[in-house]
Design a protein around this ligand. Structure first.
Ligand code: PMP
Length: 362
């Protein structure tokens, strides 16, 4: 598509073109219902199949079995910050948090508002340029869970190990690296993600959790904040965000057709290497924010020698069909978000542009 740009936005972000086209093609008449997916009942059989197939494909991609369940919840990843603390933490059993970036800190803040939070490790003192190591994580004696943000969208850092927590459930916000690489997902008790980066449009939070985590919520919680509501009703207690779930299902199917998470991980690693090499081979013209051993495969953050050059970089990048490269204000500089749907050629083009821009402006 000639008029589409390479979109490096952090989220909402690029979706696979094939998926967009498929949705477009069946938009006006979904599966011979004579209606679009936006118009059919969430109790209709055609919708039911979409809903359950999406769930099954996600579990299959993650290599998880019947002891895990998939939920679809509204309110974004931010409401999961609340649901996690409300469902699992209490004044007696505090939620433990690793502060590795701004969303990790926001998750902790929600537990703090409830008086149930504890900081188990933090890299705030170095402006979150690395992921705290296993040795730095000190769980409280009363830990209800350990919460980690697996990929830090703003700072461009990502876990390259799975924290060991013994009997304490491990909970992860994977909003910005969900289904981008294979992991031993069975080490996690609950994973959640706002789907608008790697999986679909905004409006759905995906939750994948051990069934034992979802069976019973505290008695005093309102209905829509209880995991057991979503669990016992197959996420159909009320009207689900049907269009978003439909798109998530399509992306999951696309991921399977690509060859699954191993293939995606290979591709994502190569894509990230192109951009990191452009940084590392620039004699310091580009300065990466993240420490090398914490670098994210999804969000590449870097600065230029001056803010003036950074402005120029953003403008000229766009002239070259490279959009959304401006970084978040808390880090400054650039951020290239290169989720699953960003093709290899997009990263090649960006790396190429970086080299040319460096030569022209050194
Ligand atoms: N966690 C992470 C890692 C994120 O990147 C974001 C969104 N950028 C959020 C949480 C918040 O997600 P939402 O907007 O869906 O609430």
């Amino acid at each position: 598509e000639a008029n589409r740009i390479y979109n490096f936005n952090p989220g909402p972000s690029m979706l696979p073109l094939e998926v967009l086209k498929e949705a477009q093609a069946e938009f006006l008449n979904f599966q011979d219902t004579g209606m679009s997916i936006l118009e059919i009942s969430h109790r209709a059989k055609a919708y039911d199949e979409v809903h359950n197939q999406a769930k099954a494909d996600i579990l299959e991609l993650m290599g998880l079995g019947d002891d895990y369940e998939v939920l679809f919840v509204q309110g974004g990843a931010s409401m999961q910050f609340d649901m996690v603390a409300l469902n699992f933490a209490s004044a007696e059993k505090r939620g433990n948090y690793v502060l590795s970036g701004s969303f990790a800190s926001k998750a902790y803040k929600e537990a703090e508002i409830l008086g149930r939070g504890y900081v188990a490790a933090s890299s705030k003192d170095v402006n979150f340029k690395h992921i705290p190591a296993q040795e730095e994580i000190k769980l409280s004696d009363d830990a209800a869970y350990l919460h980690v943000c697996y990929n830090n969208t703003i700072f461009g850092t990502e876990y390259h190990y799975i924290p060991e927590t013994g009997d304490v459930p491990l909970i992860a916000d994977m909003s910005s690296d969900i289904l981008s690489r294979p992991l031993d997902f069975s080490k996690f008790s609950l994973i959640y993600a706002g789907v608008q980066k790697n999986l679909g449009p905004a409006g759905v939070a995906l939750v994948v959790a051990r069934r034992s985590m979802l069976e019973k919520s505290p008695a005093d919680l309102p209905t829509m904040l209880r995991y057991d509501t979503y669990y016992s009703k197959n996420s159909l207690y009320n009207t689900p965000p049907a269009f978003g779930i439909y798109m998530v299902g399509k992306v999951a199917k696309w991921l399977k057709a690509q060859g699954g998470l191993e293939v995606m991980a290979e591709r994502n690693k190569k894509k990230a290497a192109l951009v990191y090499d452009a940084i590392d081979n620039s004699n310091g013209f580009y300065a990466g924010h993240a420490d090398k051993d914490s670098r994210s495969f999804m969000n590449v953050t870097f600065r230029l020698p001056s803010e003036e050059l950074e402005k120029k970089f953003v403008a000229e990048a766009l002239e070259n069909q490279l959009g959304g490269v401006k970084g978040h204000r808390s880090v400054g500089g650039m951020r290239a978000s290169i989720y699953n749907a960003m093709p290899y050629e997009g990263c090649e083009k960006l790396a190429d542009f970086m080299e040319k821009f460096h030569k022209a402006n050194a």
